[in-house]
Design a binder for this molecule. Structure first.
Ligand code: PLP
Length: 232
C-alpha cells in the first residue's frame, strides 16, 4: 500500500531543505500534486493529508475528477491543451501551465469572455527541446508576452518549463537557471497586464534543483502517488 501522507511529508521536507540550500530559493513554494492516471480515492487521500493543488495533464481526466474530489482544491492543467478542449476546462482550472500559442490564447479569450472570467496562465517554454510539440522557443517568449497584453481575459502569471527528461541530476540545473533569467528579463519589460510571479519547474526527479534555481511551483507526481503504469 502506498502511504500518500508519508510521501507528501517527505516531499515537503525535501522542499524545505532545498529552500535552505540556495539564495535563489523562493520563500513560499506551491506544491502541485500531479495525480494523472491515479484513481480518485488516492486524490482524496492526498487532499486529506494536506494537498491543496492537484495537477492533471488531460482535460477529460481533470473534468471527470473535478466533481469527485471534495474540499478546497485548486486544479492545475499542466499538459498540452488542444484548442477544441478549452470549452471544457475554462471554468475549472485555477492555473493553466501550458499556454504556448496565439491560436490557443484566442480560443481561451473567447471562452473566458463569454463566461466573464479571467484565466490565470503560465507561458510554457521549451528549453529542453525534447518535445517539439509543446512550449515556445526561448527567443519567441518576449514577443508572445507582449501579444498577451491584448487578451483581457487571460492573466499571465509566470513561466513554466519541463526539464530535460533524459538528463540526470545536475544536468537539469542550467535549464532551470535559464528560465529564471528569462523571467527576470521579462519582469524588466514592466508589462502592465502580466505578473511574473510564478516559475513552475521541477518534477519528482528534479524538484530540489528547480527550487534552488528559483521555482515557486513544483509539479510532483510519482514521488507522492507512486510510479504510473504507463509513461505520460
Ligand atoms: C507528469 C507530469 C509531471 C509530474 O511528473 P513526475 O515525474 O511523476 O513527478 C510534472 N509536469 C508535467 C507537465 C507532467 O506531465
Amino acid at each position: 500500500m502506498i502511504d500518500i501522507a508519508a510521501n507528501l511529508k517527505m516531499v515537503q521536507e525535501q522542499i524545505g531543505r532545498a529552500q535552505e540550500n540556495s539564495v535563489h530559493a523562493a520563500k513560499y513554494i506551491k506544491l502541485v500534486a500531479v495525480s494523472k492516471t491515479k484513481p480518485v480515492s488516492l486524490l482524496k487521500e492526498a487532499v486529506a493529508a494536506g494537498a491543496h493543488d492537484l495537477g492533471e495533464n488531460k482535460v477529460q481526466e481533470l473534468v471527470e475528477k473535478f466533481d469527485l474530489v471534495p474540499g478546497p482544491v485548486s486544479w492545475h492543467l499542466i499538459g498540452h491543451l488542444q484548442t477544441n478542449k478549452v470549452k471544457y476546462m475554462i471554468d475549472k482550472v485555477a492555473l493553466l501551465h501550458s499556454l504556448d500559442r496565439l491560436e490557443l490564447a484566442r480560443e481561451i479569450q473567447k471562452r473566458a469572455a463569454a463566461k466573464n472570467i479571467v484565466l490565470p496562465a503560465l507561458v510554457q517554454v521549451n528549453l529542453a527541446k525534447e518535445d517539439s510539440k509543446s512550449g515556445l522557443m526561448i527567443e519567441e517568449v518576449k514577443d508572445f508576452m507582449i501579444a498577451m497584453q491584448d487578451f483581457a481575459n487571460i492573466h499571465v502569471e509566470g513561466l513554466m518549463t519541463i526539464g530535460p527528461l533524459a538528463a540526470r541530476g545536475e544536468e537539469v540545473r542550467p535549464v532551470f537557471r535559464q528560465l529564471r533569467e528569462l523571467k527576470e528579463q521579462i519582469c524588466q519589460m514592466q508589462l502592465p497586464k502580466s505578473e511574473m510571479k510564478y516559475l513552475s519547474m521541477g518534477m519528482s526527479g528534479d524538484y530540489p534543483i528547480a527550487i534552488e534555481e528559483g521555482a515557486n511551483i513544483v509539479r510532483v507526481g510519482s514521488a507522492i502517488f507512486g510510479a504510473r503504469n504507463y509513461a505520460i
